[in-house]
Ligand binder design. Structure first.
Ligand SMILES: [Zn+2]
Length: 174
């Protein structure tokens, strides 16, 4: 465990002569051992420490380990087939065609939000949609997509009367 000062890129340390300096390598960062001491350092040379914040490397390590533990489940060919057939070969988010060889498995309720690997939570998805939805709640995602759609259409057709009418109708439906 180490309490260090960083601005996200550089780390604060001391040279052999005792001068405060910044280094790129976290291994060379000075360990202040306590938050109080790190604050003291920041206050001593506020100019050099401007933009620097205190980081507990232990917390970072723990987070890192947690990330590593959350391994993605490997699906069998039969499982992939069952998921693919749920939508007859189209992305469940955008309706675009997806091939069996390239489709991705999307957790409707994200795993990070408590979603499981059970079949009823898994849907076939294109890469782009999968990346876009990421680990957003399904309802939040749908709302965001609607918002993006309305905003884009507004920008494109803001002067057209026909769009104004459609927009009014959509507002009531969404
Ligand atoms: Zn899609």
């Amino acid at each position: 465990m180490a309490i260090i000062l960083t601005n996200g890129k550089y780390y604060i340390t001391h040279s052999k002569t005792g001068a405060v300096m910044k280094v790129l390598d976290i291994e060379q960062a000075q360990d202040f051992h306590s938050v109080d001491k790190a604050i003291l350092q920041k206050n001593k040379v506020p100019g050099k420490c401007a933009g620097y914040y205190i980081m507990n490397t232990d917390v970072k390590e723990k987070k890192h380990k947690k990330k590593k533990k959350r391994k993605r489940k490997k699906f069998t060919k039969e499982e992939r087939k069952a998921i693919y057939q749920k939508t007859d070969g189209v992305c469940y988010l955008c309706g675009g065609d997806i091939t069996f060889g390239s489709f991705e498995i999307e957790h409707r309720m994200p795993k990070s939000k408590g979603g499981t690997d059970s079949l009823d939570n898994l849907f076939p998805c294109g890469h782009c949609c999968n990346m876009t939805k990421h680990d957003i709640y399904p309802d939040d995602f749908e709302e965001k997509v609607s918002q993006i759609f309305l905003y884009k259409m507004d920008k494109r057709h803001e002067d057209k009367l026909s769009w104004k009418i459609v927009h009014k109708m959509l507002n009531k439906m969404i």
